[in-house]
Structures are given as structure tokens and as C-alpha cells.
Design a protein around this ligand. Structure first.
Ligand code: FPP
Length: 235
């Protein structure tokens, strides 16, 4: 089996998973968080080198205060546990998104996790927090414009690689496979630049139920695809 080098996932369906069980949405997030604790081990075993997950979008602040507070409390716990997960899997963690919107203690936990895990490179784990692709591109363009204005960048030197290098995902190869759980067929402002040539896999299975078997199913489907990048199909 050809294992994708980089898998990106939209973790969707926690709320519906909980509702089906007559439980509050926050219980679904708790279960989703538990699933996130094990998936890195599976990726490492399979030989996946890069994993990027969409955990909190720039739009998610619009949810009820109760739900946002509960997600923040899950992030607090997870960021601490992730130190152990990083050690176990020799995994470098990077948060993508604009973390300035989070409370100071969360920002500090993020920096501590990134600092601690920077010694590893066997698995690269990106967590998108307060992330939106348009916001990421806007921040990158602003940064590039400033560099042009201050003479560090010449407009005629700007290439696709230059733009990639200004994004939050700088130095991370583009995803080979993007998985979205729970049945919605859209990108929801996720990695719009980076997913240009990526294979998509959509499943009805909600995130808390997306187990190892489901992951293998997604990789098997990926293996059936003919990846051409616009070139001529080989016979
Ligand atoms: C989408 O499900 C999921 C989220 C907005 C949050 C994802 C968060 C987690 C998996 C848990 C915590 C993550 C970390 C990094 C600790 P939804 O609520 O939109 O589900 P629905 O579409 O069924 O309503």
C-alpha cells in the first residue's frame, strides 16, 4: 500500500455524533478530542510523515459561549497531553492559524509544545487553531507587502514558492490526501492554496467514529486514484 506522505483532515461531526446519542454537543467534542489522542500513533505506525488537522476555524468563535468555552478547555488539556504524544512519536508539533486570539495561558502552552517538540522530526503534526485559509493568505500578503515596501523582497522575484513560504505551512509539503468526516462536501476555508493537487476523500462517518479501519479505507481509496497533476495519463 502506498501511504500518503501528508494527510490533512477536517474533523467534522462531533456535534451530530453527540446529538444522535441524546448528549450535549460538548460531549461530542470530548470524544473527538480522545480520538485525536490516538490518531498520531496510527499515522506514525503507518509511515505517514505529515498530519494536519482542522480543530478550530476563524468562524468557530460564532458558536455558543458554552461550546467555545468547552473547546478552549479541551485545547488546554490536549496541549499538555500532546507533550507526551510528541515524545512517544518523536513528533514535531506546529500550530497553524492566528493564535493571538487565544487567552494568554493557551498561547503559552502552544509555544511550550512547539519549543519542546522542535527536537523531533519523525512525524510532523500541524493543528489548525483559529485558522482560516483566507485569513492565512491575507496575513501572508500583508507580510509580503511590508517586505516589498522595506526593500527585502522584489515584486518580480515573487514566485509560487515565495507565496508558500509566507504561509503558516511554510516548509511543509502540500497534502497528498484530504479527508473530511461526517458527510459535508466542502472545504470550509481549509488550506485553499495547499490543496491545489490533493486527492479528496469524503466519508459519512463522524469524527469520533473515524477509527483505524476507517483510516485504512481512506488510504486504500487513495491508492485507487490515478494522480496525474495535469499530465498525460500513463497506460
Ligand atoms: C466539528 O464538529 C468539530 C469542531 C468544530 C471542533 C473539533 C475539535 C475536536 C476534534 C476536539 C478538540 C481538538 C483539539 C485540538 C484538542 P462539529 O461540532 O461542527 O459537528 P457537527 O457538524 O456535527 O455539528
Amino acid at each position: 500500500m502506498n501511504v500518503p506522505n501528508h494527510i490533512a483532515i477536517i474533523l467534522d461531526g462531533n456535534g451530530r455524533w453527540a446529538k444522535k446519542r441524546h448528549m450535549p454537543r460538548t460531549y461530542g467534542h470530548k470524544k473527538g478530542c480522545e480520538r485525536l489522542e490516538t490518531i498520531c500513533d496510527e499515522m506514525k505506525q503507518l509511515g505517514v510523515k505529515y498530519l494536519t488537522v482542522y480543530a478550530f476555524s476563524t468562524e468557530n468563535w460564532k458558536r455558543s459561549k458554552e461550546e467555545v468555552d468547552s473547546l478552549m478547555s479541551l485545547f488546554r488539556g490536549y496541549l499538555k497531553k500532546c507533550i507526551k504524544i510528541s515524545e512517544k512519536n518523536k513528533m514535531k508539533v506546529r500550530i497553524i492559524g492566528d493564535i493571538r486570539a487565544f487567552d494568554k495561558d493557551i498561547q503559552e502552552s502552544i509555544l511550550e509544545l512547539e519549543r519542546f517538540s522542535s527536537q523531533y522530526d519523525e512525524l510532523h503534526f500541524q493543528i489548525a487553531l483559529n485558522y482560516g485559509s483566507r485569513d492565512e493568505i491575507t496575513r501572508a500578503v500583508r507580510h509580503m507587502a511590508k517586505d516589498v515596501k522595506e526593500g527585502r523582497l522584489l515584486p518580480e522575484e515573487i514566485a509560487e514558492e515565495t507565496i508558500s513560504s509566507y504561509l503558516d505551512t511554510a516548509q511543509i509539503p502540500d497534502p497528498d490526501l484530504m479527508i473530511r468526516t461526517s458527510g459535508e462536501l466542502r472545504l470550509s476555508n481549509y488550506l485553499l492554496w495547499q490543496l491545489a493537487y490533493t486527492e479528496f476523500y469524503f466519508t459519512e462517518v463522524p469524527w469520533p467514529d473515524f477509527d483505524y479501519q476507517e483510516l485504512i479505507k481512506a488510504i486504500e481509496k487513495y491508492n485507487e486514484r490515478d494522480r496525474r497533476y495535469g499530465g498525460v495519463k500513463e497506460e
